[in-house]
Design a binder for this molecule. Structure first.
Ligand code: 1HN
Length: 354
């Protein structure tokens, strides 16, 4: 820089320079460093709560707007208010409420993003993964691994709703999105319903099986079994002050997380429990199955407080301190990108205020 120039000219000179380099698709790092690297994570998504009871009739109205077959998947996306138009519930995850009515079929397709279903209400509907049907009951956790054929159908009499969780934003950022539509409405019937759970969910495995898949071979983790585990353990297990009694769904052939890109959990928070303040870099989506209470998300004056109960959906974005409080015994399902962060060496947590 010319030492004789008036200092007041410097910003203008810089702006001109920035305009020049922009023409060549270059930009000054020094103007961006402080927002690229922050002392702590700063994400766009914000804490949020969807009250199922308040939204239920609007969701059921979607059946009058479009059929499942025409929609392909009749889903109301849960969009984080901090990420409008992004089809995202957090930076890394997609969330939505899917409705299927008696007699409907959602046609077979497969895609590279992985999906989970957490059943919110109703029975008689199934999801078929590579032709194996799984009938779904409230509280069941069902997996559709990446690139597996899947269709949904409904042989019962009442509306069935589930929470969809997909790793779409994560896969989209990498670019590796693929979808293929099956030429028929349904993928041909494969193993009988419940086969994968029988085969892999009883602490045994076929002798010739090589456990090399990244996903659990079990498509459905029924609520009655998971709930029973929590109930049996509650009296013999010291509660974690941050998590209550929290269990992770696993792939029994590897002992690792049930899905390659989404961590999934079920936790029991007994009546009048108040968790200690906890934060971690995983963005969490909570779906209470039983009970009610409050959740405090954030710090100081910015703290948001939500009253929640069963069937609601709550989002705790990356690195937000949060605390749960219960009015009665509660069971809460959750999913997050923890498994991805752990594999990449990025996951961190902080317990308490220190
Ligand atoms: C999808 O295929 C399903 O198969 C649900 O039920 C939600 C959201 C985005 C893209 C594909 C399903 C989806 C989805």
């Amino acid at each position: 820089m010319d030492a004789h120039k008036d200092l007041a000219d410097v910003p203008n000179e810089r702006e001109e320079y920035y305009a020049q380099i922009q023409e060549h698709n270059m930009a000054p790092l020094w103007e961006n460093l402080s927002h690229l690297l922050t002392p702590e994570p700063k994400v766009k998504s914000v804490p949020h709560h969807w009250n199922y009871e308040a939204l239920r009739s609007l969701l059921l109205d979607s059946a009058d707007v479009i059929s499942a077959a025409e929609a392909e998947r009749r889903v109301l996306m849960l969009e984080n208010p901090g990420l409008p138009g992004n089809c995202s519930i957090t930076e890394s995850m997609y969330g939505g409420l899917q409705l299927i009515m008696p007699g409907e079929v959602a046609p077979a397709h497969r895609h590279s993003p992985a999906a989970l279903r957490f059943i919110i209400e109703g029975s008689g509907a199934y999801t078929a993964v590579n032709g194996e049907k799984t009938y779904m009951e409230p509280g069941d956790f069902v997996i559709t691994p990446s690139w597996t054929w899947h269709d949904h159908g409904h042989e019962g009499r009442e509306p069935v709703v589930w929470l969809d969780g997909l790793d779409i934003p994560l896969v989209r950022v990498i670019g590796s999105i693929f979808v293929e539509h099956y030429p028929e409405e349904r993928f041909p019937d494969g193993p009988p319903p419940g086969d994968s759970l029988e085969r892999y969910g009883n602490n045994m495995r076929p002798i010739n099986m090589l456990p090399e898949d990244l996903n659990s071979p079990i498509f459905s983790y029924p609520y009655d079994r998971s709930r029973e585990t929590l109930e049996k353990l509650r009296n013999s297990t010291e509660l974690d002050p941050y998590h209550g009694l929290k269990m992770e769904y696993i792939d029994p052939t590897s002992g690792g997380p049930a899905m390659a890109t989404i961590s999934t959990f079920l936790q029991l928070l007994p009546k009048n429990f108040k968790s200690e303040i906890y934060q971690s870099t995983e963005s969490l989506i909570y779906s209470p199955v039983e009970g009610s209470g409050k959740v405090y998300i954030g710090k100081g004056k910015e703290t948001k407080v939500f009253d929640w109960k069963e069937r609601d959906v709550i989002v705790v974005p990356c690195w937000y301190p949060h605390q749960f409080e219960t009015n009665e015994d509660a069971v809460v399902f959750s999913f997050s990108d923890k498994v991805v962060q752990t594999k990449l060496g990025l996951w961190r947590e902080k317990r308490g205020n220190a």
